[in-house]
Design a protein around this ligand. Structure first.
Ligand code: UDP
Ligand code: MG
Length: 321
């Protein structure tokens, strides 16, 4: 009979002030894992990892009181969603074959996990992205700002998966590669696509938050977007450089114009000199800032110490000559 090894699955859930959701989330996750164990998909040693991201409410108390296959990881301080998630992922990768990350608020459809695991087990995918098929439950404002963000990111040259948040499955292998990324400004959605390896997407419908309110108010969301852009792209610097060049070119036109005005005798004495200097100097200054920025951008890329390559496979044929 065809029999596949059961996968040890760890589900990682970052939690910040989630006292209102946690019990329900853990109940549903436990049920889900139990049914996956029953059908022989995952191993009995699978677990749920709740990472408390320095919550100020009863979150940690609730985690400590949960029973079942549960691990609690408590961060000493609020470090933000991405860092909390990374802490959980790095803990889990030492113990699991596959790791699914999801939010604590049950917005991500738990039932999509079956398909995640199917892609992992049957198609050998190392990374499976959960992609929202629609965003009906988000407010129009959140939906539009989020979509604009994905578009800007793409224009600026960072690879992101459209409409994918942090609901995804990663294999131990993919997480080992991720641990090679040493950067402090963490934007997982941008980093993970740069790993490569075999990937797949699974569509799901995003629900409304089960309880409590979003831990991403506008200010945090903008900070997140800004981090995403500045961590992945030196294009803003290039824009300065380009503007500098354009202004320098315009200064030549201004020079021409000023000379004509001067020749026609309509200029106040000294005006030609001043107006030409302003444009030329402005252009040169912007160009210089952009040039310095290029070096700063290179230094920035160096300090991140990202892996320069990731080998997917090596094939060696040992046939004797
Ligand atoms: N979260 C976190 N640390 C933070 C902010 C949020 O761990 O500083 C967690 C939060 O508990 C949730 C997930 O990140 O599990 C996503 O947050 P939320 O659902 O509030 O974001 P939204 O879905 O509104 O974008
Ligand atoms: Mg949410």
């Amino acid at each position: 009979m065809y029999c596949m090894k059961e996968t040890i699955l760890y589900v990682v859930v970052p939690c910040y002030n989630e006292e209102a959701c946690l019990k329900e989330t853990s109940r549903l996750l436990k049920n889900k894992l139990a049914s996956l164990v029953k059908t022989g998909v995952i191993s009995k040693n699978s677990k749920i990892v709740f990472v408390d991201d320095g919550s100020k409410d009863a979150t940690w108390k609730i985690i400590e009181g949960l029973d079942g296959p549960i691990v609690g990881v408590k961060l000493a301080h609020n470090r933000g969603h991405q860092n909390a998630l990374l802490a959980g992922l790095m803990y889990a990768k030492e113990r699991a074959d596959a790791i699914i990350s999801m939010d604590a608020d049950l917005q991500d459809d738990i039932e999509a996990m079956d398909k995640f695991l199917q892609k992992f087990r049957e198609e050998n995918c190392e990374i499976v992205y959960g992609v929202r098929s629609e965003r009906k439950t988000d407010t129009a404002f959140k939906r539009n700002t989020a979509l604009a963000f994905y578009k800007i990111m793409r224009k600026l040259g960072a690879e992101t998966v459209y409409n994918h948040a942090d609901y995804r499955l990663m294999s131990k292998r993919a997480l080992d590669e991720l641990s090679g990324y040493q950067e402090v400004n963490l934007f997982l959605r941008g980093i993970i696509p740069t790993i490569g390896l075999k990937t797949a997407e699974v569509k799901y419908v995003r629900n409304e938050r089960f309880a409590g309110e979003s831990k991403y108010p506008l200010k945090k969301m903008m900070g997140f977007a800004w981090d995403g852009i500045t961590s992945f792209s030196v294009k803003p610097i290039r824009i300065i450089l380009a503007v500098g060049i354009i202004v320098s070119v315009i200064s030549l036109l201004v020079l021409l114009y000023a000379l004509i005005v001067n020749m026609l005798g309509q200029a106040v004495s000294g005006w030609t000199f001043i107006i030409c200097s302003i444009w030329l100097l402005g252009g040169i200054q912007m160009f210089s800032i952009g040039l310095i920025g290029e070096y700063v951008g290179k230094i920035y890329a160096e300090t991140k110490r990202r892996p320069r390559y990731i080998i997917e496979k090596i094939v060696e044929r040992n046939k004797p000559l």
